[in-house]
Design a protein around this ligand. Structure first.
Ligand code: AMP
Ligand code: ZN
Ligand code: FE
Ligand code: FE
Length: 280
């Protein structure tokens, strides 16, 4: 059995529709997936419908970028149903923040001499959650770059010439809103937080006291040593070591659903443990 709890679709910045993502996962033999589009649940209904006739379970989710005293981090939220709720109701506010920020980024790009408009960036997105990847795609379409990642490297990456901040929830707010919504918050790809190996335990202990339910240990960019280090921290804290590929279709080349870059294995007992965490 194979599991992949971190997937993006066209509802945010993936390049395949939610149904295509579900069918691809099933074709690859994956038995449980989570759709975790950035700041939106817009793909969930389509994904559930696509999963219904297939031997695959779909966990509804999202991925947020949150503030933390030492920087920012991504938070995966699992079992977040596409209905009204405390966290669900804040997603629209986050997307409005994205829209303001997208306009500011496009302005900055124009000042830098790039002939690109907000409309062109929005036209790259099919869902409601528009962001830097779509602006990057617009720059590629205009012939400035060969790939999304090159536009990030030269302009859009954090701290880059066209980087602009956007509104975020704090980690604490997001974790309690998730719990109040019956969902399970999990720290995504910890290697991006900028903590040293020895600093994870203390940071995650504090977040666990706030309601954190898991740590994404099994992640393509984590070395085998980091995967087991993070899994043992999760174990010690009594939370779940989760994992996923962060598949974005062609938006993030080289990744496959279920296997990442070929060596990803997410144990299937993770799903049961995560489901149990909803009620702890
Ligand atoms: P945003 O949500 O608008 O801040 O954009 C951040 C998203 O852009 C991330 O979640 C990734 O999906 C994507 N991203 C970040 N860095 C890169 C990169 N270097 N190349 C391609 N995509 C990236
Ligand atoms: Zn993304
Ligand atoms: Fe992320
Ligand atoms: Fe992601």
């Amino acid at each position: 059995m194979t599991v992949d709890l971190h997937l993006h679709s066209k509802a945010s910045d993936g390049t395949e529709s939610p149904a295509q993502v579900v069918r691809r996962a099933s074709r690859l033999g994956v038995t449980t997936i989570a759709l975790t589009d950035h700041d939106t649940l817009a793909g969930i209904a389509e994904a559930k419908a696509a999963a219904a006739p297939l031997p695959i379970d779909l966990i509804p989710g999202t991925e947020l970028s949150v503030d933390w005293p030492t920087g920012k981090m991504h938070l995966l939220v699992y079992f977040l149903e596409p209905i009204a709720g405390p966290l669900q109701d804040r997603l629209a506010w986050l997307r409005e923040g994205r829209n303001r920020r997208n306009a500011a980024i496009v302005n900055r790009l124009q000042q830098l001499g790039y002939d690109v408009t907000l409309g062109e960036a929005e036209a790259q997105a099919e869902g409601p959650s528009v962001g830097r990847p779509h602006i990057a795609d617009a720059l590629v379409t205009k012939g400035y770059f060969d790939a999304r990642s090159e536009a990030f490297h030269d302009l859009l990456a954090d701290g880059g010439a066209a980087y602009i901040e956007r509104v975020r929830l704090s980690a604490q707010e997001a974790i309690s809103l998730a719990r109040d919504s019956g969902a399970v918050p999990v720290i995504a790809h910890p290697y991006t937080i900028g903590l040293g190996r020895a600093e994870y335990r203390a940071a995650f202990r504090e977040l666990t006291s706030l309601g954190l339910g898991g740590i994404e240990a099994y992640y393509p960019e984590h070395t085998p040593a980091l995967r087991s280090h993070l899994a043992s921290i999760a174990d010690q804290l009594g939370i779940v070591a989760t994992g996923g590929s962060d598949y974005h279709g062609t938006g993030k080349p080289g990744l496959e659903i279920g296997t990442g870059r070929g060596d990803l294995i997410v144990p299937d007992h993770v799903v049961t443990a995560l489901a149990a965490s909803r009620f702890t």
